[in-house]
Design a protein around this ligand. Structure first.
Ligand code: ADP
Ligand code: MG
Length: 214
């Protein structure tokens, strides 16, 4: 009842003419409201596959994803993305025709919130630049800011610090953790860097086609 995220008997394989790679088999998983989850594992272990299914970017072969006890599927995922979930994508998906300010204002018109986030993440000087004029590390921080613009219930971040140096990585994780605590929301962060593990309520890794505590 109190779960923000639930998966029920999820199966997911990638099929090609040469092989079938099974990434998840009968995966059951719950995350309660107000909790934070750290998903740790080496490149290729299935972190993005999991996150793409729980954000509706990709579908399991069978089984169910529930967000706030409502079933998520390709046809209704855009509603969830607009309202309940803030996503920090590995590919940033910024609109090249809009400057950074306008990219963020698509999510919410609150310019005060926007300025606070850009300032905290040390990217206020790129507010009027276009995505093609900024670095990957700056894009990643814009993506973090975007995910928080509309006060989501659940934030899902796929390796949100992969392009950042230590100082900026720490800032991003601090911002996400503080937001989660302050507004009693939920957080899922994947990373191949285990150093942040202790800041989260739970940490999991992927083994034998399941999520296991680590
Ligand atoms: P991670 O995010 O932990 O690096 P991924 O979820 O991206 O891992 O990938 C898990 C496994 O699935 C890897 O072996 C990867 O090569 C494979 N894989 C991921 N996406 C696809 C795809 N679209 N088609 C085929 N194989 C894929
Ligand atoms: Mg990945």
């Amino acid at each position: 009842m109190n779960n923000i995220l639930q998966t029920q008997k999820i199966n997911k394989s990638y099929v090609s003419p040469v092989e079938t790679l099974t990434v998840f088999k009968d995966l059951d998983f719950n995350l309660q409201k107000g909790k934070s989850l750290f998903l740790f594992g080496p490149s290729g272990c299935g972190k993005s596959t999991f996150l793409n299914m729980i954000t509706g970017l990709d579908e399991p072969d069978s089984g169910k994803v529930l967000i706030n006890n409502k079933s998520l599927n390709i046809s209704n995922s855009s509603n969830f993305l607009k309202s309940d979930i803030g996503i920090i994508f590995q590919d940033h998906y910024l609109l090249n025709e809009l400057n950074i300010k306008d990219n963020l204002m698509l999510k919410s018109e609150k310019e005060e919130q926007l300025d606070f986030l850009l300032n905290f993440l040390d990217i206020k000087d790129i507010k009027l630049k276009y995505p093609f004029q900024i670095s990957n590390g700056q894009k990643q921080r814009v993506c973090v800011a975007r995910s928080l613009m509309n006060k989501p219930q659940l934030i899902i971040a796929d390796e949100p610090t992969s392009y950042l140096d230590k100082v900026n990585s720490d800032k991003v994780i601090e911002l996400l953790i503080n937001y989660t605590k302050q507004f009693n929301t939920s957080l899922v962060v994947s990373s191949h860097d285990i150093s942040y593990k202790n800041l989260f309520d739970f940490s999991y890794t992927i083994k034998d086609m399941k999520l296991i505590k680590c």
